[in-house]
Every structure is written in C-alpha cells, then in structure tokens.
Design a protein around this ligand. Structure first.
Ligand code: FAD
Length: 362
C-alpha cells in the first residue's frame, strides 16, 4: 500500500516514522525547501513524550531538549502566585526537533519544495492523485493531510473555516546562557493581574531560551511591526515589569520574532473520507494556551500507524479506529484551550483562579 503524506511538519514526519515501524511505505511532501530557521520552539508534555517512546525517540529528546521540572507563575512585581512540579516535560527548539525526526525517517522519504495544490478524484469521489504547485502529480492508495492549521488538503473533507483567535502570541528564541543557567529546569510565566498579558520564559538546550508573549489583540497590535522591530515594540509594553521579560526583549531587539496568529476550529465530525485522513494541526488547530500542538501531533501520528496496522486489509476500518481513539482527547483539549482563553481575557475573573498551563493530561 502506497501512502502519500501532505505536509512535512511534526505530524507528517512522525506519521511516516510510525508507518515505517508498522511496515508501511510512505513519502512526505513538504512545501518549504528546508527546515532552516522555521519556527522557534515549544514545550513537549508527557503525552508527547510517551508518543516519542513508542517510536524509539525518547532518549533523543533528553539530549536535544531540556527537561523542565517546575513551572512558576509570578506577577509583574515578581511575587510568586503559584508553582507546580512537572514530570516528563521537555522544552525543545522546533528546528532541532524536526531534524531529530528527519534523521530517524531518512531524507529519502521526504520531498521538499512540493506545495500541495489539489486532489483529483474518480467518479466515486475517491482520490486518485495529489497535484502539487510545481506540476508534480502523485498517485497513492492513501493520502494523509498533515499540512498544518491553514490546511489546503482539509478542504476535501470540510469547508469549515478556522476563526482568528483574539489572543495572539509572539515567540522568540534567544541565546542567553546566563538567564538559562539561572532558570535551570524552571519554566517561568509572568502574568499581569491588571490586563490580559503574560510573558513565558522557557529555558532549553544549548544555553538558549524560548520566550513568548500572549496578548489580547483587541488591546495590543504588533501587526505593523516587521519581525525585527517587534521586540522593541513589545519592550514598551513590559517596561515597568520586574524580572526577566524586559531584559529578554532588550536583547531580542533586531532579531526575528515569530507572530503566531492562532486560530480556532471545532473538531470535525469526520477525520476521514474515502482514502483521505487528517492528522495534527490540519485536523485540530488548537488555541495557544494548551501547549498541546506538538504532543497531540505525535499522538495522532502514532495512532494512525497503529490503527492501519491493526486493519491492514481494510483502511476504512483503520481510519474509523483512529478517529475513535483520538476524538475524546482532541475535543477535551479544544474545550480546555477555549476555557483558558476565556479566563485570560477576563482578568478580574481569572484573579485568584490561576490555571497552571500544561496541566492537561491526554
Ligand atoms: C513555520 C512554523 C513555525 C512554527 N513555530 C512554532 C513555535 O515556535 N512554537 C510552537 O509552539 N509551535 C510552532 N509551530 C506550530 C507547531 O509546529 C504545530 O502546532 C505542531 O507541531 C503540530 O504540527 P503539524 O505538523 O500538525 O503542523 P505544522 O508544524 O504547522 O506543520 C505543517 C507542515 O505542512 C507544511 N505545509 C503547509 N501547507 C502545505 C502545502 N500546501 N503543501 C505541502 N506542505 C504544506 C508546512 O510547511 C509545515 O511544514 C510552527 C509551525 C510552523 C509551520
């Protein structure tokens, strides 16, 4: 059985690894020419770690990433509001993580510079080939949509549009060995008690820190800033805060900052149609707060490999099995993200009820 995977992000590559381990052959088609400098980094929660264990990569994450042992929430005066222990949680730079997956898969199983355009179907509606913007066409028995939150392949199943989220996020990556060393294995989140604004500082491997600023786009707007001007504009916003945010933004001036315009969407009722199935952000673009984008992408990837393996003679049954397995967790995380977003936007209500991010287990 030939399998074509549209999108070579975390879900796409992990699915190819998972399928390979189950004895299937697949090829991944990625629109970008390489992974260089694409994205900053993220936190991988226990569900993501156990998914990595299933494909034999748990040891590697402890070398490529940094184990986080504690989360501390503090206010802008530096007063600690809440702490929590973390287990099996890692921070990792996105590019390092993708390279780790690619090393495991092997470069021969991915084609870069292949932007998916559309599917062609037979009279029954079943997909016969995928057509790419460079003119390439690919025939396969099964097509997996893993092309992220703005998925083009998703249109084969649903015309549901993603809705822009009011909460947006800036993400940066900074080499700051002194700050990383002081933080040790602690993830610090500074939460304003007066407005919908927070700043996260996540130490990671190699003396680097991943930082993010979550804000209400109805109150703050960085849309007119270039990626290099964004840190200076963000610094103005936190200039009276105590602690690391000011220092980190000062050092980030002139550096590229990723503006993450997160989007929301209900989980589709059907994850699959005919010989097509969706995984990762293409299926469930989560809101920013859950830190579950990567972990769930890995879990989807493992689940689709296992479901197809259990139903080798009937991929439709495999798709149904995959959907049954993943639906409850994905619906739960979507709702939880909305709840955290709601609390964030209603600062007065959230006061005294500070949710620890990363607490959701799936
Ligand atoms: C450039 C980029 C930077 C990111 N940076 C961060 C970050 O710093 N922190 C964070 O928490 N999350 C980040 N994310 C999101 C995070 O990677 C995902 O939420 C999560 O890993 C789920 O993975 P995914 O593979 O489903 O989606 P994604 O990681 O978004 O991967 C989708 C892949 O599909 C490719 N693609 C899209 N359209 C097409 C097409 N038409 N044809 C072929 N390929 C296509 C994309 O280039 C991408 O490689 C980033 C995503 C991207 C694309």
């Amino acid at each position: 059985m030939n399998i074509a995977i549209i999108g070579g992000g975390i879900a796409g590559i992990a699915a190819a690894i998972s399928l390979k381990k189950q004895g299937f052959s697949s090829v991944v088609y990625e629109k970008f020419p390489s992974y260089l400098n694409k994205g900053k980094g993220f936190i991988l929660l226990p569900n993501g770690c156990s998914a990595l264990e299933r494909i034999g990569l748990k040891d590697k994450i402890s070398k490529r990433g940094l184990e986080l042992k504690q989360v501390v929430i503090q206010n802008t005066e530096g007063t600690i509001l809440k702490t929590d222990e973390l287990t099996d949680t890692y921070s990792v730079v996105r590019q390092d993580f993708l390279m780790m997956l690619l090393e495991e898969l092997g470069e021969s199983q991915i084609e870069f510079d292949c932007a998916f355009d559309r599917f062609e179907t037979d009279e029954s509606g079943k997909i016969t080939k995928a057509v790419f913007q460079n003119g390439k066409t690919v025939e396969a028995d099964i097509f997996i949509g893993a092309d992220g939150s703005n998925s083009r392949s998703r249109k084969y199943i649903t015309n549901a549009l993603t809705v822009p989220s009011r909460v947006k996020e800036l993400v940066g990556l900074l080499h700051a060995p002194d700050i990383a060393e002081n933080l040790g294995n602690t993830f610090v989140k500074v939460q304003s008690e007066k407005e919908s604004l927070s700043f996260g500082i996540v130490p990671t491997a190699g003396g680097r820190i991943i930082w993010f600023m979550q804000y209400d786009s109805a109150e703050l707007d960085f849309d007119d800033c270039s990626p290099e001007d964004t840190a200076a504009a963000a610094l103005e916003v936190v200039k009276d805060w105590k602690g690391y945010p000011k220092e980190i933004l000062k050092r980030s001036i002139g550096m590229d900052v990723y503006r993450w315009n997160t989007r929301d969407m209900d989980i589709p009722k059907q994850f699959h149609k005919n010989n097509f199935v969706m995984i990762g952000d293409a299926l469930h673009p989560f809101l920013t707060f859950t830190s579950q984008g990567t972990g769930t992408a890995l879990c989807d990837a493992i689940a689709i490999g296992c479901s197809l393996s259990r139903n080798k003679e009937d991929y439709q049954a495999g798709f149904a099995d995959y959907q049954n397995m993943r639906m409850p967790a994905l619906e739960g995380i979507t709702e939880w993200g909305r709840q955290l977003s709601w609390e964030f936007l209603r600062v007065d209500i959230a006061k005294g009820k500070i949710s620890i991010p990363l607490a959701f287990k799936s």
